[in-house]
Design a protein around this ligand. Structure first.
Ligand SMILES: [Zn+2]
Length: 466
């Protein structure tokens, strides 16, 4: 950056504020105030800074190329190379593991499966800890350092924990993570142990963990790194910028993301909105969110909204009925009371997208299809392709429209699920209150074959598979 650019960025970071999203309140608070909800009204908080990033799309294209080729850690990070768009002073001691810069893959088999002419998948599972959480965690742990916190905490379904554990280790902070006992994939749990976090397995679900986290956050030495944390959203919004770079600044018609705690959809919505406000894009992509049927409070709420009413921030529903015992094998989105639902819903409505739900069978089959494209992902990620198939069938997405699905986690995040699907033994356990055990068919199953250790036996099997 030029000296003048650095000064502009510095000034922007100084004048940015934390703002309550409730239009009737709109309270503003300083960047160093350690708040996660509005102290006046309890509303959600977001960062609001004067956008000082200058230049048009070609300028950003050149800058992006130059920084990605630079040896500097700040330039190589997919978050910090967009520093003019972030509410941090230029001298901030940033915490990075080279997050971001993830691939945007063509997925022809998945496209055909959805009924689309073409489909691209933005794979956030290709981040350092294997999930989309890393871009946001880079920013949140940096803010923890700025604030002088010694301990960072989160409740997690696994991915947030792994990411926080890694970034805290990088920054020399203590990480404490709350996980619902017995409901986390072994791979994710293993990551958190390896990165040296204090792992607390609680008798309760994710939503119980969130409640505890809010109580712990009252301690001044503790910093909360859940997606309720507005700085997480700032790091994560850079994914929207990367998508636009990778699309040559041609706005895709649709962007579809999984919906769990709703931080990801909030962040993407904010990123695209900022690009629009800066005049770098001329319209918003329609942002749609897909939840698992057994854990779909926002999709249920969306279905009750009057679609004939013009979307306005003042017409957002005041409350959302949570799902008390969420059920899904897509554990990353097994969340009954998503904290960022209002910010996410606002982004969806502003863009003209939808919030829908898909079944366990639809998730499992879409996931296998993503695998056949040679890409792979964790179960929750596959809601995007399952959801796109539904949105094409309902006419919301037209065959020739350009669509991008966001994959949130790496294929190795949940190997047990994959093994059960392909062996035909995948099943959703009976629910605590209602719902019988639900077997899931291995529609596209690909089980290992037991073969005699001879050339002839292997050739015979190959012939049969042809
Ligand atoms: Zn407020």
């Amino acid at each position: 950056m030029t000296e003048k650019g650095a000064k502009t960025a510095e000034k922007a970071a100084e004048t940015a504020v934390q703002r309550c999203i409730e239009p009737a309140c709109a309270g503003t608070f300083g960047l160093r105030e350690r708040i996660y909800v509005c102290p006046r009204c309890g509303g959600s908080i977001e960062l609001d800074g004067p956008l000082t990033a200058r230049g048009d799309a070609p300028h950003w294209g050149h800058l992006g190329k130059r920084r990605r080729a630079s040896p500097g850690a700040r330039d190589r990070s997919g978050v910090w190379r967009f520093r003019e768009m972030l509410p941090f002073a230029d001298q901030t001691p940033f915490v990075t593991l080279r997050e971001g810069n993830t691939p945007l893959y063509d997925a022809p088999r998945s496209a055909h499966y959805c009924g689309l002419a073409a489909l691209r998948l933005k794979h956030q599972g290709m981040n350092p800890t294997g999930s989309f959480k890393d871009t946001g965690m880079s920013a949140a742990v940096t803010q923890a350092v700025v604030l002088g916190a010694r301990t960072v905490v989160c409740a997690s379904t696994g991915n947030t924990a792994a990411s926080l554990a890694a970034y805290a280790a990088r920054a020399g902070l203590t990480a404490a993570i709350l996980l619902p006992r017995g409901q986390i994939s072994a791979a994710k749990l293993a990551q958190s142990m390896d990165y040296g976090a204090l792992v607390c397995e609680i008798d309760g679900n994710f939503d119980d963990g969130m409640r505890l986290i809010q109580e712990l956050g009252e301690d001044p030495a503790i910093y909360v790194a859940n997606s309720i944390n507005p700085f997480r959203i700032e790091g994560q919004k850079t994914v929207a910028f990367e998508i636009m770079e990778q699309c040559g600044w041609e706005v895709p018609d649709h962007v579809v993301v999984p919906g769990g705690n709703m931080g990801n959809s909030t962040a993407l919505g904010k990123g695209f909105q900022e690009l629009l406000d800066l005049g770098l894009i001329s319209r918003l992509p329609k942002l749609s969110v897909v939840q698992a049927e057994g854990s779909a409070p926002v999709a249920r709420l969306f279905a009750t909204l009057d679609s004939s009413r013009p979307p306005g921030d003042n017409s957002l529903p005041a409350t959302m009925a949570p799902v008390s015992s969420p059920r899904t094998l897509a554990t990353a989105i097994k969340i009954g009371a998503p904290v960022s639902w209002k910010k996410a819903l606002r982004a969806v409505l502003r863009s003209g997208g939808k919030v829908i739900a898909v079944s366990e069978q639809e998730i499992a089959d879409a996931k296998a299809m993503i695998g056949r494209d040679g890409i792979g992902c964790e179960p929750a990620s596959a809601t995007t392709v399952a959801g796109m198939k539904k949105l094409v069938a309902s006419g919301h997405i037209a065959r020739e429209e350009s669509a991008i699905g966001v994959l949130t986690g790496h294929v190795l995040k949940d190997p047990d699920y994959i093994s059960h699907y392909h062996r035909g033994t995948l099943s959703l356990d009976a629910g605590a209150n209602d719902g019988a055990a639900q077997p899931i068919a291995g529609t596209f199953r690909n089980a290992p074959e037991r073969v005699a250790a001879t050339r002839a036996a292997i050739l015979e099997i190959l012939e049969r598979r042809r």
